[in-house]
Design a protein around this ligand. Structure first.
Ligand code: GLN
Length: 492
């Protein structure tokens, strides 16, 4: 079969169960595509061909025996922030260029236990700091829809790999938008779960109170399949919540769009810098949902202006603390010929970290320093609480909240926005992480340059099933999610 990469997760699962093709054939098909097409996209940092084929053979044996998991034998790619035993985990940083984890992240372990086949590790902004994936030490990844454009970030490799049909699904992480924004830029569906739903164990920490892993795929249905595997309590992550996990696949039709109250925050659609095409496509998608029976309700989210400054204090503060472990002593990059211990620390960190990471360590250290702690860090925490309350108040009146995922479509590679311009691009995604809420991106059309536009739906705590269900029904009634980039149409 030449078009195995066109099949959805459900079709792959059924095809494998009915032995229409084997996991080995499927895995070889994807590996061939990666070898031929990825040199143009550059989504993979590491391709684990040999291990993938061994995992595929094991899955085929399990499938033959008749007691395989629904996803057994299906390939996936992991963001290079998830620790993988025996395989390099770089987090896009020179600091971890040679780092081989002695253990698997819980997300990786769960994927393996379900019989998913790891194709490899995909590119990202260094330590997940960025919105373009250009901050990777390995170099930029291309957007499959326009190779001279970025795929977004920080999970840009995950998005590009799926959008170019170089993996059927991928894991990503979202600290301030890193699943939703690249999903938006690459025309994919991506879910940022409620904080505590997916284990952070073995996920290299950026800002621990905001970080959350999740699925990136071509549809809500595909995301639901991966969520069924990766969600759940984990005693190894102290912030993981011990709460029953939904069957996200079984629940795909659980929410009625008819009568669903969708909040439209006034403040969100008046943001300076909101691209006219993005605004138009998002409004059209809301009109479509209205035609399907949803009720659009204008709401206020008065804290909107505080999102960017609050996040860009809290996230760097936590990053400065988390990244202090990379000291050139215990693991990671070590400078050549240090003259003494201070020189070892200083040069290892100066040479090992890229510019954006250093910028954030400086900002965070400053915000946490004795003289400024109350003025910056404590104040930001208080504002964070107000942002959360703003959402909770809104949810008294609406079921979900709609927004663009990003004010623009994908930037050109090398556009070289200033740090503040770049941070302003995160306006629509940051608050969700500050409040710990779940949110999803769904593709809803294209701009004048044929670049994908995304709609974001924000739900109340633990509403992952509801979000997936709404998007699933939207996708049953539209075909934006089945459009493919030209490069994905190429055969290997
Ligand atoms: N773009 C945001 C940042 O640079 C979000 C990144 C993320 O979610 N990991 O911090």
């Amino acid at each position: 079969m030449t078009d195995l990469h066109r099949l959805s997760i459900r079709e792959l699962s059924e095809g494998l169960k009915q032995a229409q093709f084997s996991s080995r054939e499927l895995t070889e098909h994807y590996l061939k595509r990666i070898a031929k097409i990825d040199p143009k996209v550059k989504s993979y940092v590491t391709v684990t061909a040999e291990q993938a084929l061994a995992e595929a053979d094991a899955a085929d044996a399990a499938l033959k025996s008749g007691n395989a998991h629904a996803l057994a034998g299906i390939p996936l790619a992991h963001k290079d922030i998830f620790c993988t035993q025996g395989i390099k985990t770089t987090a896009g940083s020179k600091m971890l260029d040679n780092f081989i984890s002695p253990y698997d992240a819980t997300v990786v372990a769960k994927a393996k236990a379900a019989g998913l086949v790891t194709l490899g590790k995909v590119n990202m902004d260094e330590f997940a700091m960025g919105s373009t994936s250009e901050n990777s030490y390995i170099g930029a990844t291309s957007n499959p829809w326009a190779l001279d454009h970025v795929p977004g970030g920080s999970s840009g490799g995950s998005a590009a790999a799926v959008a170019a049909d170089l993996a059927p699904i991928a894991t990503g992480t979202d600290t301030g938008g890193s699943i939703r924004q690249p999903a938006s830029f690459c025309g994919l569906t991506g879910l940022k779960p409620t904080y505590g739903r997916v284990s952070r164990f073995g996920m290299i920490a950026y800002a621990s109170s905001l970080d959350q892993g999740g699925p990136m795929a071509r549809s809500a249905e595909d995301c639901a399949y991966l969520m069924n595997v990766i969600a759940g309590h984990d005693a190894k992550d102290s912030t993981s919540i011990n709460k029953e996990v939904d069957d996200y696949v079984a629940n795909l039709n659980s929410t009625a769009v008819k009568g669903l109250r969708i909040g439209i925050p006034k403040q969100y659609f008046n943001v300076a810098g909101l691209d006219a095409d993005v605004k138009a496509r998002v409004e059209e998608s809301l009109k479509k949902l209205e035609d399907m029976g949803a009720i659009l309700v204008e709401i206020d989210l008065n804290m909107t202006e505080a999102y960017v400054p609050t996040y860009y204090l809290i996230a760097p503060a936590e990053a400065s603390s988390n990244l202090s472990r990379f000291d050139g002593v215990r693991y990671g990059y070590r400078c050549e010929n240090p003259v003494d211990l201070m020189d070892l620390y200083k040069r290892s960190r100066s040479e090992g970290f890229g510019a954006e990471v250093q910028r954030r360590i400086l900002i965070g250290t400053y915000a946490l320093s004795a003289g400024y702690y109350d003025a910056y860090y404590v104040k930001a925490q208080k504002v964070r609480r107000l942002i959360q309350q703003d959402f909770l108040k809104a949810f008294e009146n609406v079921d979900v909240i709609a927004a663009p995922s990003a004010p623009t479509t994908a930037y050109k590679i090398g556009a070289n926005l200033s740090p503040t311009e770049m941070y302003l691009g995160d306006i629509y995604t940051l608050a969700v992480n500050l409040a710990g809420l779940p949110a999803i991106n769904a593709p809803v059309g294209f701009d004048k340059d044929s670049l994908p536009v995304g709609l974001q739906l924000i739900g109340n705590y633990w509403s992952e099933s509801q979000l997936l269900s709404i998007v699933h029904q939207y996708q049953q009634n539209t075909d934006w999610h089945s459009k493919r980039a030209t490069i994905a149409e190429e055969n290997a």
